[in-house]
Design a protein around this ligand. Structure first.
Ligand SMILES: Cc1ncc(COP(=O)(O)O)c(C=O)c1O
Ligand SMILES: Nc1ccccc1C(=O)C[C@H](N)C(=O)O
Length: 413
């Protein structure tokens, strides 16, 4: 670095530190346990550990399981506090984050399983003459696989039409039964216009299923405001529910009468009636298939308390400020190295991650991880950096870019 570089760098850092001094969410960092010396840019894959979670897990294991044993399923009968109601309690905490009513959410199973539940219901509701499931060719693999598998179960009645993201709008025709789309692309970080696209799909009589894996907890989501039909997302990314956390499913109230195709006793109106036929529980609870995953639901339940006092508009403003700062600081590096920004600069088209193409992306990311800068490599050539306003400062952005600069210079990459 020349003296001029150093002077410029110092003034850029102090400007970022001024932003941190005015950050209304700065105090949230203390609610997470993160290792020293690490800049964690992977909350879009596995959210960091909220400080309150280990104590909750210990309490559930030792008190509720160890001492309460089977009584904990129905503990505090009548208060709804037993394990049986845990999916519903988590749904109630999640509802404001995604713009749903609590009884429109079912919490449990993986994201992929919930894609199956939503897509099966949506296809049943769609007019039978419509034979296309429209999706993005670059959608997350699970979304593509579930659509293909479900279609095979239905004897190939549908065409799973995979088109490039930029061409999706042109495919909203009267052949399409359902769209299955991810709001924020896991590679590029491009955010779709969920509300506008849903309105244009509905105008053509098409039902919408949205994957919110990279949306929920990353910015405000308003499912009912956008009149969405079905949606689902992960509990372990921006919601910080822990590895393998249960996913969630949103079913708009107007679709609650649709049949449930993956029905189990825990979605029955009265599980212990042990009835021979399925009578669904009220609302989206009918989509809970089996025994609630109590340990992981408890971790997610405690993790969601982190959001209780968070203004999601402030969270979004900080997310954009972090990703703007990152893109700006990376500009001189992108001018000197073969880095191509693939995340849109327009705020409306950006989630909470920034990605670059680089011909040696895998080796560069390995070197970054070796320096404690934890991002992701995604095939074929993507460097992906997730920003999490609850525990990142602008100074973290600075540290990340200094590390990236050092790695690129050391490697001559
Ligand atoms: C967009 C998207 N959909 C689905 C998944 C898969 O979720 P799960 O492994 O919970 O089924 C992921 C990541 O794991 C994802 O990024
Ligand atoms: N669940 C995981 C387990 C292991 C490693 C990564 C994941 C991810 O979630 C990846 C993420 N879906 C992605 O957007 O790439």
């Amino acid at each position: 670095m020349t003296v001029f570089d150093r002077l410029f760098a110092d003034s850029a850092l102090s400007q970022l530190q001024e932003k941190d001094a005015r950050d209304p969410l700065a105090h949230k960092r203390a609610e997470f346990i993160l290792p020293d010396g690490v800049v964690y840019l992977d909350g879009n894959s596995l959210g960091a550990l909220p400080r309150r979670v280990p104590a909750r897990l210990a309490q559930v294991a030792e008190q509720e399981w160890g001492a309460g044993l089977i009584r904990s399923w129905t503990a505090g009968a009548g208060t709804g506090q037993g394990w049986m109601n845990l999916p519903d309690r988590v749904a109630a905490k999640l509802a404001p984050l995604v713009g749903a009513q609590p009884h429109e959410l079912s919490v449990g199973d993986s994201t992929g399983v919930n894609i199956f539940k939503a897509l099966a219901a949506a296809l049943h509701l769609a007019p039978p003459e419509r034979r296309v499931i429209l999706t993005d060719a670059d959608n997350f693999p699970t979304d593509l696989y579930v659509a293909q598998g479900l279609n095979a179960l239905l004897d190939g009645r549908y065409e799973v039409r995979r088109v490039p993201g930029a061409e999706l709008e042109g495919h909203l025709t009267d052949e399409v039964a359902v769209t299955l789309l991810t709001e924020v692309d896991y590679r590029t970080g491009r955010r779709m216009d969920l509300a506008g696209f849903t309105a244009r799909a509905h105008a053509q009589g098409i039902l919408t299923v949205w994957d919110l894996a990279h949306s929920a907890g990353a910015f405000p989501v308003d499912l009912n405001g956008a009149d969405v039909d079905f949606a689902l997302g992960c509990g372990y990314k921006y919601l910080n529910g822990g590895p393998g956390a249960p996913a969630f499913l949103f079913v708009a109230q107007r679709h609650h009468a649709a049949p449930v195709f993956l029905s189990g006793w825990m979605g029955h109106a009265d599980p212990f009636e042990m009835a021979r036929d399925f009578t669904p529980a009220p609302g989206a609870r009918r989509y809970v298939v089996g025994t609630p995953m109590v340990l992981s639901l408890s971790a997610l339940d405690a993790a969601l308390d982190v959001f209780a006092d968070v203004d999601m508009a402030e969270l979004r403003a900080k997310s954009l400020s972090l990703t703007d700062a990152f893109i700006e600081l990376m500009e001189p590096l992108a001018a000197q190295h073969p880095l191509t920004l693939v995340t849109p600069r327009a705020h409306a088209e950006r989630g909470s991650q920034v990605s670059y193409q680089h011909p040696q992306a895998r080796a560069v990311m390995d070197a970054l991880i070796g320096r404690g800068i934890l991002g992701d490599f995604r095939t074929p050539d993507i460097l992906r950096f997730g920003f999490t306003p609850l525990y990142h400062s602008h100074a973290d952005v600075w540290r990340a870019v200094q590390g990236i600069r050092a790695v690129l210079e050391e490697r001559g990459a």
